[in-house]
Design a protein around this ligand. Structure first.
Ligand SMILES: [Mg+2]
Length: 358
């Protein structure tokens, strides 16, 4: 079996509605933009899909570098192709998500060839997982408390804040939320790399006092030493290495430094299912959790196949709160059924919806 075509189908995505905010200094939700489906086709007619929010960038790197690597190759040679993309990364410095789109499409194909859901092909561990409500940035402490009440009411068992990126204001919010929901609700905080070391320490102490389960990405993840210094000064567990480059190789250095209580993995920034599993296994060697970053079908399969992970990340992007369609009333996400990733079941068609296609 071999790959005979590698296509990029551009898709016009409408703006997120209603629009939402991230922390100060970062753009909010996407306006209308061009996304893409990567479509891999084999000589016996199987099709594998990978989704990319940055369609024009994907089209460029596929046209210049990736198509010629894939055409004519057996799609089951995922490890070979994963290594080829890392080799090409040396000359291209691919955006972090590019390897993941290609690898996910290869896993979609592999599942269809085996007639198994991807998580069963990897080896399933569970058939459902709790989802935490991962908030966007809201306007005030009182609005966050209102949103938290709604999250709990609709079934989410745990809440993670993305707040303003102001260490003092965010510390007040985190303390107020703990007082509001009581001691039993698991709470987490995500800094989206807003802080320097001093502010990260200030906020980290507040999170320790309020018994937050994890403190995620307070600083850019370029300096492992800065994270080591933070870990020496705060007792809240640090969840590290979400947006750093280099997949398991970089995560290994975070772990070796001693700063990590748990590490990020996931399909989007870690080289697809293949890279995400490497990180999960690496973390498991140290009895450490590999928490999965972001939602979507590839990450759902990972949630079902990685033992040392806690939650599915479900974005809560509006007030009133809308529970994501994949999360049930008890706050759980269930294992996808059907072969491959299962996009076709979401589309209820054999191909991506054509309505949005350019
Ligand atoms: Mg994050």
């Amino acid at each position: 079996m071999k790959l005979v075509s590698v296509d990029v189908r551009l898709v016009a995505e409408p703006p997120v509605s209603p629009a939402f905010q991230w922390r100060n200094g970062l753009p909010g939700s996407d306006s209308s933009h061009t996304a893409a489906w990567l479509v891999l086709t084999t000589d016996d007619g199987h099709r594998g899909y990978g989704y990319c929010r940055r369609g024009l960038i994907l089209a460029d790197v596929v046209d210049r570098r990736i198509r010629e690597e894939l055409v004519g190759v057996d799609p089951l040679r995922r490890e070979w192709l994963w290594h080829r993309l890392w080799e090409l990364d040396r000359i291209e410095e691919f955006p972090l998500y590019v390897q993941g789109v290609v690898d996910d499409a290869l896993w979609d194909l592999a599942g269809k060839i085996a007639d198994l859901p991807v998580h069963e092909l990897i080896g399933s561990y569970r058939d459902a997982i709790p989802a935490y409500a991962s908030t966007v940035t809201f306007g005030s402490i009182s609005e966050y408390l209102e949103v938290a009440d709604q999250c709990l009411e609709v079934g989410y068992p745990a809440i993670k804040l993305h707040a303003w990126g102001d260490a003092r204001k965010d510390a007040k919010l985190c303390t107020a939320l703990r007082a509001h929901v009581g001691d039993e609700v698991p709470l987490m905080y995500d800094g989206s790399a807003a802080f320097d070391l001093s502010d990260a320490i200030y906020l980290g102490k507040a999170l320790s006092e309020s018994n937050y389960d994890w403190y995620e990405e307070p600083m850019r993840e370029f300096s492992v030493t800065a994270y080591r210094s933070l870990a020496d000064r705060v007792s809240v567990p640090l969840l590290v290495a979400e947006t750093s480059d280099g997949a398991h190789m970089n995560t290994g250095d975070f772990i070796a430094s001693g700063c990590a209580t748990s590490v990020r993995t996931g399909s989007t920034f870690k080289g697809g299912i293949t890279g995400a599993l490497r990180i999960a296994h690496l973390a498991d060697s140290y009895l450490m959790r590999a928490e999965i970053h972001g939602g979507g079908l590839p990450n759902t399969h990972l949630c079902m196949a990685i033992p040392n992970t806690t939650y599915y990340e479900s974005l809560v992007d509006s007030n009133p709160v809308r529970r994501a369609p994949e999360v049930d009333a008890t706050g759980h996400v269930h294992a996808p059924k059907g072969p491959g990733m299962g996009y076709e079941q979401v589309w209820q068609a054999d191909e991506p919806p054509i309505a949005n296609r350019l």
